[in-house]
Design a protein around this ligand. Structure first.
Ligand code: UD1
Ligand code: CA
Length: 453
């Protein structure tokens, strides 16, 4: 098979977004629209990817710099055919070229792959719409062969009745495409160079024109406004929710879950309402996620229970842990099996050993906590002196009394006990009770002040 080149048109202004940001950088499912398209281009193993952009200075090339793509500016914008012309110097004659759109974010791999195997010649992705208003119509002859695409504004009332429309997505041998584009003119009602005019040219040359239809019409929905964006966002979230349900995940409400990335779930996973999953999230068997929890780039091992309103970011959680409600695991947290992290506990860049517990109101940062450690309510690791960060080490079976401050760098030995209310600035030895606390005194006969009359 010939190598594939992909052109992504992304030069449209996006006037109806009423935003200073280029349209294609607005996010769908947590990711800029054009990035969805770039990811599909990557999935297609495109040998060359060329993004045609037009507005917002270098915002598009900068935001998408991690992709191996050519960024070509189209200025001024004289139509879709003119846009593809800008990419031609970067495409190779022995390749096939596919045209995608930065504002048509949800095109699926399966549809693109079916285009690639549809036959030699020009391949158009088309859909049948009950209301085709605004789209280019696919015109066929008596034998059902495609003869041309006619834009709405150039179409007769008769042609406007055609319900099969052009999605804009197409595939053509690059060498042929180059020739057709060189012959475009702008003699039409909009004075634009129409990419769609290549269809009649192909037909005139006897090049076969094939059509493929996407499995779902939402795959070819283009976005021009925030209201179209949110409709497509909800459509996509419902698709994701149905995928999870089909796999056996229990969702309290498929309309109240948002997946902004990839969520993979084991068996008998339960997810309550209002949860958000960002980046790559893995939930193993029997994990339960409580309401309004946000999890991003994390893996949660089997049997772990997450109570409502918890936040987990860039962390790994072992099996059978209890988290929350209102717990926060910041990046670099690692909980081993059977750990408990309770309400208003914040953990950052720390390891919490097997069976250890921090159940209430604590901050554990830059710490290594062993197994079976009990961290009392209100314990705080003071890891930062205003300039540098230091580690706290708490060894196995230690018991940290409530309201303790551990001033790092500091080590609490194996089986050590720290008395409640202590400020620990020096290492506490194994197995002993260490505390720092001013002596309690009683003032005998002291009287409370009374209000002056
Ligand atoms: C185009 C098609 C039409 C199709 C419709 C599907 C043409 C002539 N018409 O019409 O058959 O049914 O899309 O939505 O191709 N763009 C550029 N540079 C330009 C012009 C457009 O990059 O100079 C990009 C836009 O950002 C957009 C896409 O091309 O992503 C389509 O442009 P638009 O003006 O919306 O084309 P339509 O008139 O809707
Ligand atoms: Ca359009």
């Amino acid at each position: 098979m010939s190598p594939l080149n992909i052109v992504i048109l992304a030069a449209g202004k996006g006037t109806r977004m009423y935003s200073n940001k280029p349209k294609v950088l607005h996010a769908l499912a947590g990711k800029p629209m054009v990035q969805h398209v770039l990811d599909r281009a990557k999935d297609m193993a495109a040998e060359q990817i060329c993004v045609v952009y037009g507005h917002g200075g270098d915002a598009v090339p900068q935001a998408m710099a991690q992709y191996q793509a050519q960024f070509v500016i189209q200025e001024p914008q004289l139509g879709t055919g003119h846009a593809v012309q800008q990419a031609m110097p970067h495409l190779k004659d022995d390749s096939l070229s596919m045209v995608l759109y930065g504002d048509v974010p949800l095109i699926q791999l399966d549809s693109l792959q079916r285009m690639r195997t549809a036959g030699n010649g020009l391949v158009l992705l088309t859909v049948n719409l009950p209301n085709p208003t605004g789209y280019g119509r696919i015109v066929r002859d008596a034998q059902g062969m495609v003869t041309s695409i006619v834009e709405e504004k150039d179409a007769t009332p008769e042609l406007r009745k055609i319900q099969e429309v052009n999605t804009g997505i197409l595939l053509a041998p690059t060498k042929l495409l180059r020739g057709w584009l060189a012959n475009l003119n702008n003699n039409n009602s909009q004075g634009e160079y129409y990419l769609t005019d290549i269809v009649a040219m192909a037909v005139a040359q006897g090049v076969a024109v094939h059509t493929v239809q996407p499995a779902n019409t939402w795959e070819v929905d283009g976005i021009n406004s925030k209201s179209q964006l949110v409709v497509l966002e909800r459509t996509w979230q419902m698709v994701e929710a149905q995928r999870l349900l089909t796999q056996g995940v229990t969702l309290a409400d498929p309309a109240r879950i948002d997946v902004r990335g990839t969520l993979s779930c084991g068996r008998d996973v339960e997810i309550d309402v209002g949860c958000i999953f960002e980046g790559k999230v893995e939930l193993a068997d029997n994990v339960r996620v409580g309401a309004y929890t946000v999890i991003r780039n994390a893996s949660i091992a089997q049997g772990t229970q997450i109570a409502p309103y918890s936040h987990i970011d860039s962390s790994t959680v072992g099996a059978n842990c209890h988290i929350g409600p209102y717990a926060r695991l910041r990046p670099g947290s690692q909980l081993h099996d059977d750990a408990h992290v309770g309400n208003f506990v914040e953990i950052k860049n720390s390891e919490i050993g097997k069976g250890s517990k921090a159940n209430h109101l604590s901050y554990i940062g830059d710490s290594t906590v062993g197994s079976r450690v009990n961290i009392g309510a209100g314990t705080i690791t003071c890891n930062y002196d205003g300039a540098n960060k230091f580690r706290t080490i708490i060894e196995d079976d230690a018991f940290i009394g409530s309201d303790t401050q551990l001033v790092a760098p500091v080590r609490v030995g194996k089986g050590a006990t720290i008395g409640a209310g202590s400020t620990i600035t020096k290492d506490a030895p194994d197995g002993e009770l260490t505390l720092s606390r001013s002596k309690q005194i009683t003032i005998n006969g002291w009287k409370r002040p009374v209000k002056k009359k």
